[in-house]
Design a protein around this ligand. Sequence first.
Ligand code: C2E
Ligand code: CA
Ligand code: CA
Length: 430
Amino acid sequence: MQPAKKPEPKLDFHHIRTLYKKGAVIFHEEDSRDNAYIIEHGAVEISTTRKGKQVPLVRLGAGEVFGETALLGAGKRTATAVALEDTEVFTIAPALLHDRIMHLDPLVGLLLTLLVNRYRQWRYRSPDQAATDSEAGGPPLTGEDMESIEKADTFLRDLNIQKEVALNELRLAQEITRAIDEDQFGPWLQPIVSLPERKLMGFEALVRWNHPKRGLVSPAEFIPVAERTHAVRDIDMSMLRSACKLIPQLQKAAGNIGRKLYVSVNLSGVYFGNDDIVADIAAIVKKTGVDPAHLVFEITETALMGDPAMAEKILLELKKVGGRIALDDFGTGYSSLSYLHRYAFDILKIDRTFVHDVGHNRKSVDIVRAIVALAKNFHLQIVGEGIESESEINLLSGIGCDYGQGYCFSRPLPPEKALEYIRDSIKKYG
Ligand code: C2E
Ligand code: CA
Ligand code: CA
């Protein structure tokens, strides 16, 4: 294995929120610019010196941004920011923002810079600013000024909506980091069975957030945010750890059935360009002492697309850890059949949109039949996902799909219910 690479930049959301007491100066005019700030709660006054006097420019409240010019580049502050009451702010360090933007898309970076610039221009034309200008003997507002203020208003309304979304994401990201420390993420297990006999083969571990206030939160809500902040890697590794600990209990509940029940864990695509992930996985498998023959790693196509050569290398190293590898959600992305050939997959999971289509569309049946035949050529096992009806079971099994997962067999279950499911299922189907 290659030496571990420098990890991706990671935001530490524990330290990003700061409380300023009433009257505290957040920054002074002439200070060098460091951070931008978003007010979580409280109020901040921005003021500047004009002709030796301190002139207030604007009073800002919760959700508003200040010091944003720091994001545009180094230089001196042209105003002073003071907390008018006890005020909590999110700190946005330009370096962190820069790293995140670089990980997104150059266009997003460009647009963001543009937005901050425009916002700043608008600030200088704000009515507050105009008032202080006229106090200071500045020119009155013209019709053109009014028109541009109206335009700026629409622009600001849109910007405000975006900002709400961004703030919610910051809050959620911070909560996720705390929830990882407090072990609030845990696996629910959804059975995977053979078709058409319905013998239990294993489970997919699906993360659930046991939120102290909100109860169970679905991964659809927090995985995308965790992926953007890179917290998903910690979630996935904690899921793997839990899965490894559950495997002996599942085996015990199954008794001597002559096959090894497996647990399938999801690996997000965002850390897949980094081969130190395999070292982490290997360490968890070793530490828990689990037989890796009980493990499957699920990876989606998008994980392979960024750096295909690196992905190939990681998959080969992952194979050496001993688990099997599944290509997840097949049929949603590029669905390139060449992936089946190039990478060391053992299992192909056909996405539920495809499975659903099979029941309604003759053409889909032919496509899935062709995929199944080709995958079998590469000795892959096929799992149909999201099977909801008996007719879908019959259709899929009829075209050679070996295994199935879906509400028709069982919804995802908390671990203690999964143990019950094992006993019942083995009694019924062997
Ligand atoms: P996925 O990997 O494709 O997981 C299958 C999803 O389909 C699960 O949703 C499952 O509850 C749902 N499902 C299963 N059978 C049926 C069915 O018959 N009908 C319908 N309509 N849905 C069915 P869930 O648990 O909400 O997870 C959503 C996605 O979140 C997962 O899709 C996966 O992409 C992601 N995810 C879940 N757990 C993890 C995790 O531990 N790590 C990472 N990185 N991603 C995870
Ligand atoms: Ca999956
Ligand atoms: Ca899937």
